[in-house]
Write a new protein. Structure first.
Length: 243
């Protein structure tokens, strides 16, 4: 209750579901993504339900955008208690196709975006003498799947970075850190795939019953609502039907 929480990638999928869930439980939400119109609609939807939210349009790959989001959060709500580093991209392809621009995008958003977020919120969390950072990693941190070499590498980086972050920040500053590793969730994530073969394979995979964004929002809520002494390190969630 009354926690100020920044959610990146709040304009769709898991981020949107998490923002709604947290707002309906009394948190003040700072909604970050590039699609301003979608964020405005979400803010309106949250307020209609009696919740509080503000829009902080920005690109997580730009440290200045993140700093601006934190600054406006502090101006509006006075503090930052939690950051959900959720923004991510998954343009899968086989390495031999050398889609190097897409590799770079994934490294920038999935890894650098997380680092920018941590750098932007850390001073505020230190002031608050505590906080919580949740990084959305993936099942891809546990195993390779076709066309996923770079994506899996970025998500492994996020998982390992989360553990280092926890060991450095939790004992010293009371900042807990959680890595959430979902299997297939029904969202727009596959829209960024430009490789037609991979797209077809993914469609086949998604014929199984996938997780809903709300399932991941529930896991985020669970991790955030533990007593300060409890750090939920990893949450690995897959659809029951996923092999
Ligand atoms: O995907 P989607 P998800 N700066 O496409 C934002 C991970 N995950 O909810 O900027 C700021 O609906 C984009 O917003 P916009 C996955 O890797 C998923 O599934 O307006 N924001 C949108 O809100 C990712 O880390 C599955 O275009 C940027 C959001 O990211 C997280 O879950 C499985 C941005 C993407 O929403 C959420 O993805 C898994 C930027 N530069 C892990 N670039 C799954 N769905 O199956 C993108 O293991 N965004």
């Amino acid at each position: 209750k009354d926690k100020v929480i920044i959610v990146t990638g709040a304009s769709s999928g898991i981020g949107e579901a998490a923002a709604k869930k947290l707002a309906s439980n009394g948190a003040k939400l700072v909604l970050m993504a590039r699609s301003e119109d979608k964020l405005k609609d979400l803010k309106e939807a949250i307020e209609k339900e009696g919740g509080e939210a503000m829009v902080a349009t920005g690109d997580v790959t730009k440290s200045k955008d993140f700093e601006a989001a934190v600054k406006s959060a502090v101006k509006e709500y006075g503090k930052v208690n939690a950051l959900i580093n959720n923004a991510g991209l998954m343009p899968l392809s086989y390495i031999e196709k050398l889609k190097t621009d897409e590799w770079e995008q994934m490294v920038d958003v999935n890894i650098k975006g997380v680092l920018n977020g941590v750098a932007a919120v850390l001073p505020e969390m230190k002031k608050e003498k505590g906080g919580h950072i949740i990084n959305i990693s993936s099942m891809a941190a546990h195993r390779y799947f076709p066309g996923g070499a770079v994506y899996c590498a970025t998500k492994s980086a996020v998982k390992m970075f989360s553990e280092g972050l926890r060991q450095e920040l939790a004992p010293k500053y009371g900042i807990n850190v959680t890595s959430i590793e979902p299997g297939a969730v029904a969202t727009n994530l596959t829209d960024t795939i430009t490789d037609e073969d991979i797209k077809e394979q993914m469609q086949g995979m998604l014929e199984m019953e996938t997780l809903e964004s709300d399932d991941i929002a529930d896991a985020i809520f669970y991790a955030l609502t533990q007593p300060a002494r409890v750090n939920i390190n990893d949450v690995y969630i897959v659809p029951s039907e996923q092999k």
